[in-house]
Design a protein around this ligand. Structure first.
Ligand SMILES: [Zn+2]
Length: 419
């Protein structure tokens, strides 16, 4: 397919429709992984602080056989990893840091979802650790999410620091991130990511455990072989207010939106010096223990009476992934708009890699659910963003890349669907 650059933009030639713009630096030709159902339009999680409205994305790698990086990694995980050796390394690590008097010896950040339940409970029950847990609150708790959070702490038996950012500021940032980036979760993601190292610093905890490496889902494959998270993941050159963007707005211009830069402390990185000096080690439990979301779910049901939803989540077929925030389905809906990849695609791809479903079943699930609009909490989300329905969809439509979407009399239609 012929693509060309003009005026700083990329276009592809369509046989009947002329030149179609390709936004965000996405690959002009859409391809789907031969093993899972993800497409080559899936962005790698970029340096979020650099995320400006005109930022170009890097996307998931595909090899010559048409397989995506995430599948290649899963293959390696299923075959080549010596899990007994990895587990022994975890035991050594815990032996090095375990407290003798019962005081906290590690930090487990989490929401009380199945993965943080598994991580914290396993460290305590199997490895004799004394985790402190910490949580960055969701935008709008669901009832089931709140019950699971409470059960984690009450039935799991953990101390927890729950941090809830200033609701007025968080709402303004989320609104800006929706309007400027169609990425309403960006402020949440940044705040959550930077929260744990700060808690670790404050409590002088030398060891932080995350669950799985988000790289498993499509970041550069080289990062997946590391047990430790690199310090630069958390740090950013925070000196210059114009180099940091939140919601697509440089910090220096926040006062125009009724936000003072000093109010943004919760979203900014911890002092990188402590991380660079190795005073805090950040590890992925998923490097040491084979990480299977479905198994974590069963584990959480058994140990803290974790509840799945009574009905499937809109936009997908699953009932127990990320169910604590009413706004969560809109995160996936915006990735559908920008990249043509909705929530069912993420869920089904992961389940293929964990060998729970076959590809043809995944294709059917994606075709059935991926484009479903999340109606259930839509009125609450509109109120949260201070937008009316028309504004909400007008903004979203500006982010549809013409190489992915065609407008018909019935509405928007994806040009390329997984098959
Ligand atoms: Zn794949």
């Amino acid at each position: 397919m012929a693509s060309f650059e003009e005026g700083g933009k990329t276009f592809v030639e369509h046989p009947h429709e002329g030149s179609l713009e390709v936004k965000y630096g996405l690959p002009p030709e859409v391809k789907f992984c031969t093993n899972c159902v993800i497409s080559n339009q899936r962005p790698s999680s970029a340096a979020e602080f650099r995320h400006r409205p005109d930022s170009k994305k890097t996307t998931i790698g595909f090899d010559d056989a048409g397989m995506c990086d995430a599948c290649r990694y899963a293959e390696r995980k299923n075959a080549a990893v010596d899990w007994r050796e990895r587990e022994a390394k975890l035991r050594e690590l815990c032996d090095r840091y375990r407290s003798r008097n019962g005081s906290y010896d590690c930090l487990v950040p989490g929401s009380g979802g199945k993965d943080s339940v598994f991580a914290s409970h396993t460290l305590k029950a199997e490895y004799g650790m004394h985790p402190l847990t910490c949580t960055w609150a969701p935008h709008l708790y669901t009832n089931v999410g709140w019950r699971n959070f409470e059960n984690w702490i009450h039935k799991g038996g953990f101390d927890n620091y729950l941090f809830t950012p200033n609701g007025e500021i968080h709402r303004k940032l989320t609104r800006l991130a929706y309007i400027n980036l169609l990425h309403p979760f960006q402020p949440f993601i940044l705040g959550q990511k930077n929260f744990a190292p700060k808690v670790a610093q404050r409590f002088d905890l030398p060891l932080v455990f995350y669950g799985e490496n988000e790289a498993e889902y499509g970041n550069p494959i080289g990062e997946n072989t590391e047990a430790q998270r690199r310090a630069e993941y958390f740090s950013a050159e925070t000196g210059d207010l114009d180099s940091i963007y939140l919601g697509g707005v440089p910090l220096s211009r926040m006062p125009e939106h009724g936000i003072e830069p000093t109010q943004l402390e919760p979203y900014l990185p911890a002092d990188p010096a402590a991380l660079d000096a190795g005073e805090i080690e950040v590890h992925y439990l998923g490097y040491y223990l084979k990480w299977t979301p479905q198994q974590n779910y069963y584990y959480a049901v058994e140990h803290i009476q974790f509840e799945a939803n009574s009905e499937r989540t809109e936009g997908t077929y699953s009932k127990y992934n990320s169910i604590d925030d009413k706004t969560d389905p809109f995160h996936y809906w915006t990735t559908l708009v920008k990249f043509g990849i909705g929530r069912a695609t993420y869920d089904a791809s992961q389940e293929i890699r964990n060998r729970h479903i076959e590809r043809d079943e995944a294709v059917a699930l994606v075709r059935r659910y991926d484009e479903e609009f999340p109606r259930k909490y839509f009125p609450e989300f509109l109120e949260y963003l201070s937008l009316d329905e028309e504004e909400f969809f007008d903004i979203a439509d500006r982010f549809r890349s013409p190489h992915l979407w065609r407008k018909t009399n019935e509405g928007w239609e994806l040009r390329h669907k997984v098959a």
